[in-house]
Structure formats: structure tokens, C-alpha cells
Ligand binder design. Structure first.
Ligand SMILES: Nc1nc2c(c(=O)[nH]1)N[C@H]1C(S)=C(S)[C@@H](COP(=O)(O)OP(=O)(O)OC[C@H]3O[C@@H](n4cnc5c(N)ncnc54)[C@H](O)[C@@H]3O)O[C@H]1N2
Ligand code: MOO
Length: 220
């Protein structure tokens, strides 16, 4: 199976064959001992249940000029992975307000934050400034995957903050679907992990999305 594949309880994840008709017990025991001492052949990590905070940015949403479409999309993704949305705030394009909302949600006990919109390079795309102002370090801006190249991954202590680019509104599957389960499995995602997404990181935009049964996200 590919690395970083989301699996369900009871799903087959690996198989092998003993080719000879008869195997000596000692060889099997030796193989098991090698696997035990050298780590694992396959590692299946349980997903933790996170209290997720949603920070929906954008003046147009905050001022009610358009209706937010991000929260329902993200809520569905979060809940499908067994976590809950514990806080949701709409904030204008102000780095200060975004930073204050990050702190507020963390005080409310959120242990993973998703910030939407404002991830590009327009003057009013200030979400990354808000994340920096909140004290995040390190901050990794950009992922080797399409859709989702403008993903931002940051940490405040061990709380991950993900800047989710606008493409997640329009595409059923984006880089978020690749990294969210990995965060919930306790993995730390940094420059290396975001760069390695480039192997298999191009969504084919199929008429009918069959993810995860496709090449998207089959990173090393
Ligand atoms: N110079 C460059 N510009 C862009 C690049 C690039 O590489 N160079 N990449 C593009 C890519 S890829 C993406 S993805 C987008 C990311 O854009 P943003 O995350 O900044 O998205 P916004 O500008 O905030 O919004 C885009 C669009 O969606 C509407 N929107 C935003 N939030 C909501 C919401 N909660 N509910 C409903 N609709 C929402 C917003 O009004 C805009 O119309 O950047 C490209 N640009
Ligand atoms: O690369 Mo954007 O962040 O796809 O749509």
C-alpha cells in the first residue's frame, strides 16, 4: 500500500507469501525478530480526535456580502475523520484580528486550527501575516501539490495551524485531504513532507473523483 493512505479498521494493509511448501519455524521467527528490532514494516497509526477551530477570513464574508461556503465543507471533512469543530469565527482581512482569533480559539481549547481564504498574494491576503503575528513558528508556505499549492502549515507550540487556500471551495479533493489525516495521526508536517507531496501531487481533476483510489497524494 502507498504511504500515508487513510485506512479503516479491518482493512487489509499488507500481505505476503511464504513461497516454499514448507517453512522452517526458525526462519519465520528470525524474520519476526528482525522486524521487531529494526522497527516496523507497516505502521498503522490511529487518528486522534481533535478540537478543531475554524477561522474564516475575508471582508466579503465578514461583511455579509457573500455567504460563507467554507465552514460546511471543512466541517464535513473534519467530522469524517472523527474530529469535531469546537469553534468557528468569521474575521475580516486584518492580521491583528486574525491573530487575536487564533489566540482566542486556542484558549477555548482548540488543538488544530484551519484558517481559510486570504492565502494568495493580493494586498488583502493577510491570513499568513495574522498567523505570523500570532507567534507561529515555524511557518511553511507552499506545498508541492495541485490543487493546494498555497497551503500554509505553521505551529504555535504543538498546535498546528493550516492556511487553507481558496481552491478547497471548488475542488472536492485538495492538499488538505492529504495532510489533515496525517496531522490527526500525530505526524509533524514540515518543509520536507510538503516537498515530498510533489511525488503524485497532481490531481487529475477527474469527472468523478475516486480519491483515494488514484495517484493523488501518493507521496513518498
Ligand atoms: N499571483 C498569484 N496569484 C494566485 C496564485 C499564484 O500562485 N500566484 N495561486 C492561486 C491559487 S493556486 C489559489 S488556491 C488562490 C488562493 O486564494 P486565496 O486562498 O487567497 O483565496 P481568496 O482570494 O481569499 O478567495 C478566492 C475566492 O473565493 C471566495 N471565498 C473566499 N473565502 C470564502 C468563503 N469562506 N466562502 C465563500 N467564498 C469564499 C472569495 O470571495 C474569492 O472569490 O490564489 C490564486 N492566486
Ligand atoms: O494551488 Mo491553489 O492553492 O491550488 O488552488
Amino acid at each position: 500500500m502507498h504511504s500515508h493512505t487513510l485506512v479503516k479498521k479491518g482493512q487489509r494493509v499488507a500481505a505476503t507469501r511464504a513461497i516454499p511448501l514448507v517453512m522452517k519455524r526458525a526462519s519465520v521467527e528470525r524474520a519476526a525478530a528482525i522486524a521487531r528490532t529494526n522497527g516496523w514494516v507497516v505502521d498503522v497509526l490511529p487518528l486522534q480526535s481533535a478540537r478543531v477551530g475554524l477561522v474564516i477570513t475575508g471582508n466579503e464574508v465578514y461583511q455579509g456580502l457573500i455567504q460563507d461556503r467554507f465552514a460546511p465543507i471543512l466541517r464535513a471533512k473534519v467530522e469524517a475523520l472523527g474530529s469535531e469543530v469546537a469553534a468557528m469565527d468569521q474575521v475580516p482581512d486584518s492580521a491583528e484580528r486574525i491573530a487575536a482569533t487564533i489566540h482566542k480559539q486556542m484558549e477555548q481549547g482548540c488543538d488544530l486550527l484551519l484558517l481559510t481564504g486570504g492565502m494568495s498574494v493580493d494586498p488583502d491576503d493577510v491570513t499568513r501575516h495574522g498567523i505570523r503575528r500570532a507567534g507561529a513558528d515555524p511557518i511553511h508556505y507552499g506545498a508541492a501539490a495541485l490543487p493546494g499549492a498555497m497551503l500554509l502549515v505553521a505551529y504555535i507550540g504543538d498546535v498546528p495551524l493550516l492556511g487553507v487556500p481558496g481552491c478547497a471551495l471548488h475542488h472536492p479533493t485538495t492538499v488538505l485531504d492529504l495532510v489533515l489525516p496525517r496531522f490527526l495521526a500525530g505526524e509533524t508536517i514540515g518543509r520536507r513532507e510538503l516537498a515530498f507531496l510533489g511525488h503524485g501531487g497532481l490531481c487529475q481533476d477527474c469527472d468523478r473523483c475516486t480519491f483515494p483510489h488514484c495517484g493523488f497524494g501518493k507521496a513518498l
